[in-house]
Design a protein around this ligand. Structure first.
Ligand code: PHE
Length: 444
């Protein structure tokens, strides 16, 4: 098929900010703070860092290599290197894009609503009681639609003019916001207990397999791995990028912002004496406890609350863009659609798929679990296997633009042995639980 030349990033900074934008999102604030709270503070953070280094980074680099080397969206990229029998994995990636964005858009819709509430009316103390009304039903769906419209419009604008330009504006803003909020949180009386909780370590917890499972799931979700998002972004890169360096920059920024978000969330919650209300639900820390804190802070709470939820909206938007781009790019490349048509049609389908998640928190929770435990971890395993064992000469491909690096054999060894071993172990523990939860939901 003779087609127009493939779109490209217009600058290295633009690419990096777009990839960091994909990685930094609700995962860094919503999932990270809640998992940390649930799994006993820094013990979890340490394990999460270890998994990010040992498992996340090699897979991140692998996705970039497959994307850049093939100059194709996921389905065709896998066929390019592995032949037609790898097409189904590409289809699984695109399916994951549909599934994740459908519920991610719903949560992003709540953040939009919370940002508007903080700005225009301020939170009141009974936000906890009203959360389940805000989060489920027609309003939740309406906010999801608004959020999806913004996402689709940006992706329809193209790689450089839409995605890259958005990231160039929004990511520096997000960084400033989170730093400012962390500094502000440091001035609060009584915040020390929050730091102590966040940063003190109960190493016994690290030995628990559930914590390992959560840490692995979080590492993949937060780095946007296992469903072709980074692969697709990599496919718009040229030959002069040093991919190991790009991977390091992306992963460090992602971990750094997650860590900073914890420095915002925990002191705030503890300074206002709400620590007993932290966990209990996936959304508790962020959408119930924090707004209560903002309500108690009065006028200052309105300002801080607006900025906090604005940061969340920004993070969610740049991540959602990358999710939609996987689906859109695949529709462009495999169906021959124009970018606008692909973005609007697939975006509309995903918006509709969000309906069950917008109407039920239980459905949303199960979608999140399936996405993480089955799709991302399973997709990461398959991709590590693919690059480690199937792709011809991955080392030759990664070396382009990084000729001086000597340790690529180590990278391939990690992809061949360590990454599959960890992921197989985690999947072995996670899959039965996840399937049981799916079954329980369906059986109602
Ligand atoms: N990394 C994003 C976040 O932390 C979520 C995401 C997952 C984006 C998978 C793209 C692909 O919010």
């Amino acid at each position: 098929m003779a087609s127009a030349p493939r779109e490209q990033w217009s600058s290295r900074t633009g690419f990096l900010l777009a990839a960091i934008g994909s990685a930094v999102g609700l995962g860094n604030m919503w999932r990270f703070s809640y998992l940390t709270a649930e799994n006993g503070g820094a013990a979890f953070v340490v394990l999460y860092l270890g998994i990010t280094l040992l498992v996340g980074l090699p897979v991140l680099l692998a996705e970039l290599v497959v994307g850049r080397g093939s100059q194709e969206s996921p389905i065709r990229a896998l066929v390019h290197y592995g032949g037609a029998r790898w097409r189904p994995l590409g289809v699984v990636f695109v399916t994951a894009g549909f599934l994740i964005l459908a519920y991610y858009g719903v949560i992003a819709g709540w953040t939009l609503r919370y940002a508007a509430t903080a700005l225009f009316v301020g939170f009141d103390a009974d936000v906890a009681d009203r959360f389940s009304d805000i989060a489920q039903g027609g309003d939740a769906f309406g906010c999801h639609v608004l959020f999806m419209l913004a996402t689709i419009a940006i992706v329809a604008g193209g790689v450089a003019a839409g995605i890259e330009r958005t990231a160039l504006i929004l990511m520096p803003a997000l960084f400033v916001l989170v730093c400012g909020l962390a500094l502000y949180a440091a001035t609060l009386d009584g915040g020390e207990a929050g730091y102590a909780y966040y940063l003190s370590t109960d190493f016994h917890k690290i030995l628990s397999i559930d914590v390992l499972k959560d840490a692995a799931g979080q590492a993949f979700f937060s780095l946007s791995l296992g469903m072709g998002a980074i692969l697709t972004f990599g496919s718009y890169l040229g030959r002069d990028n040093h991919l190991p360096n790009e991977s390091l920059v992306i992963a460090s920024a992602d971990v750094g912002i997650a860590f900073l978000a914890g420095l915002v969330v925990f002191p705030l919650i503890f300074a206002l004496g709400l620590s007993d209300k932290v966990s209990g639900s996936t959304v508790g820390a962020l959408f119930i406890t924090l707004p209560q804190a903002f309500a108690e802070m009065g006028g200052v709470g309105r300002v801080v609350g607006t900025l906090f939820f604005a940061a969340l909206v920004v993070g969610a938007l740049t991540s959602a863009i990358s999710l939609l781009e996987v689906v859109t790019a695949s529709a462009i490349d495999t169906l021959g659609w124009s970018r606008r048509r692909a973005a609007w049609l697939t975006g509309a389908a995903i918006t509709l798929l969000g309906i069950p998640a917008a109407w039920s928190l239980d459905v949303l929770g199960v979608m999140d679990e399936v996405a993480n435990n089955l799709f991302l971890l399973g997709g990461g395993l398959a991709l590590a296997f693919f690059v480690g064992w199937v792709m011809p000469d991955p080392i030759g491909a990664v070396r382009v633009g990084a000729e001086g690096v000597r340790w690529f054999f180590l990278w391939r060894a990690l992809l061949r042995f360590a990454v599959p071993a960890v992921l197989l172990f985690v999947l072995y523990r996670a899959v039965p639980d996840t399937l049981a939860n799916v079954w329980a939901l369906l059986a109602g």
